[in-house]
Design a protein around this ligand. Structure first.
Ligand code: PLP
Ligand code: TYF
Length: 401
């Protein structure tokens, strides 16, 4: 029956982990997937998460199905975390929110909702480059994926002129996807002043802003500061769509906790939108998972746990920033690596877009047992005091050729 099915290629990001696992060399380093590792290179379960689980166990909860849109307390606390208590749509109860299967599921629900109900356009503009899964998510949702310029290879920074030109030239009322903070894969974010200019163009062209916020807290260490772009757009009067994930900032990767929301004009519009979100979700997976939602909500709604969580997010962000500093120093000062490496320090969030070429990444895997995606992206969290010297020395060797 399936003789007509061709073998598909491995996932460009998750395939790196497969290659890493097959390598038996003790020096091997996996900088492929964006998952936080502690200073010993180990996966990190946050103390606030462990305490939330202890509280949950003590309350002896049942395992009933959640409603289609998930745990009501979580949709409220997640919305508050993103938009802030002072936001007008939050205060007027005009935000339609559903729990989602982490950030990926939120994007997918959003894509399906736009494909079905957004009357003006099927075109969604993604930054070039963007997270590798964005294109298939929105294409499979029934949208037409297009790109706007984002990264400038020459300056290893934001191509702000190109971005503005492309958004100005996009047909009116197109959808535009924006990484709220810690852009994946480049680590390059607009400044607050640039966000204001982007907001003005989006307004002028009547574009619909769809934010992907997979790293709230991970960029600066502050969940409020990292929500700047989302909150600016809302305060500027935009209606927005928002995908949230608790994978990275709570370390809940495999628990699949997240949320999708749309700001509506008023509570009546919100209720109609929410009723249709249910009709989108019900045939896809009926209702979302329980455990991660309970953990995330326990942290967000318990002031003690919340404080501990914020400190832990800050700790993760700071460890990554310290690795940036150290890698920069090793590459430039210790190893005198040719080229300018300032971007290692200035890039934001989980990743650094090193500028290493595809052949160089291949050579690093084959000769040094160091694994990263072919575009030269490294997950900074994979570096630690034990492996960073070997990494810098190997990169330097690969660049010198
Ligand atoms: N969006 C971006 C930009 C990401 O980098 C990721 C994860 O790496 C996601 C969304 C979704 O991740 P998850 O589905 O694990 O929340
Ligand atoms: O490293 C990245 O960019 C992501 C990580 O279900 C990831 O692709 C891995 C698995 C998953 C979602 C995100």
């Amino acid at each position: 029956t399936w003789s007509n099915v061709p073998a598909g290629p491995p996932d460009p990001i998750l395939g790196v982990t497969e290659a890493f696992k097959a390598d038996k060399d003790p020096r091997k380093i996996n900088l492929g997937v964006g998952a936080y590792r502690d200073g010993d290179g180990k996966p990190y379960v946050l103390n606030s998460v462990k305490k939330a689980e202890d509280l949950l166990r003590a309350s002896n909860p049942d395992k009933e199905y959640l409603p289609i849109t998930g745990l009501p307390e979580l949709t409220k606390s997640a919305t508050q975390l993103a938009y802030g208590v002072d936001s007008v749509p939050f205060k007027t109860k005009s935000i339609a929110t559903t729990q989602s299967i982490s950030g990926t599921g939120a994007l997918r629900i959003g894509g399906a909702f736009f494909a079905r109900f957004y009357p003006h356009s099927k075109a969604i503009y993604l930054p070039v480059p963007s997270w590798g899964n964005h294109t298939p998510i929105f294409r499979d949702s029934g949208l037409e994926v297009r790109g706007y310029r984002y990264f400038d290879k020459k300056t290893v920074g934001l191509d702000f002129e190109g971005l503005k030109e492309d958004l100005k030239n996009a047909p009116e009322q197109s959808i535009v996807l924006l990484h709220a903070c810690a852009h994946n894969p480049t680590g390059v974010d607009p400044t607050p002043a640039q966000w204001k200019e982007i907001s003005d163009i989006v307004k002028e062209r009547k574009l619909f802003p769809f934010f992907d916020m997979a790293y709230q807290g991970f960029a600066s260490g502050s969940t409020d500061r990292d929500a700047l772009a989302v909150r600016l757009f809302v305060s500027e009067g935009h209606q927005i769509a928002l995908a949230q994930s608790f994978a990275k900032n709570m370390g809940l990767y495999g628990e699949r906790a997240g949320a999708f929301s749309l700001t509506a004009a008023d509570p009546d519009e919100k209720a109609r939108v929410e009723s249709q979100l249910k009709i989108v979700i019900r045939p896809m997976y009926s209702n979302p998972p329980l455990h991660g939602a309970r953990i995330a909500n326990a942290i967000l709604s318990n002031p003690g746990l919340y404080g501990e969580w914020e400190a832990e997010v800050k700790g993760m962000a700071e460890r990554i920033i310290s690795m940036r500093e150290r890698l920069y120093n090793e590459l430039t000062h210790t190893h005198k690596t040719p080229g300018e490496w300032g971007h290692i320090k200035s890039q934001i969030g989980m990743f650094s877009f090193t500028g290493l070429t595809s052949p160089q990444t291949k050579a690093l895997a084959e000769r040094a047992h160091i694994y990263m995606t072919a575009d030269g992206r490294i997950s900074m969290a994979g570096l630690n005091g034990k492996n960073i010297d070997y990494f810098a020395e190997s990169v330097s060797g690969a660049v010198k050729g």
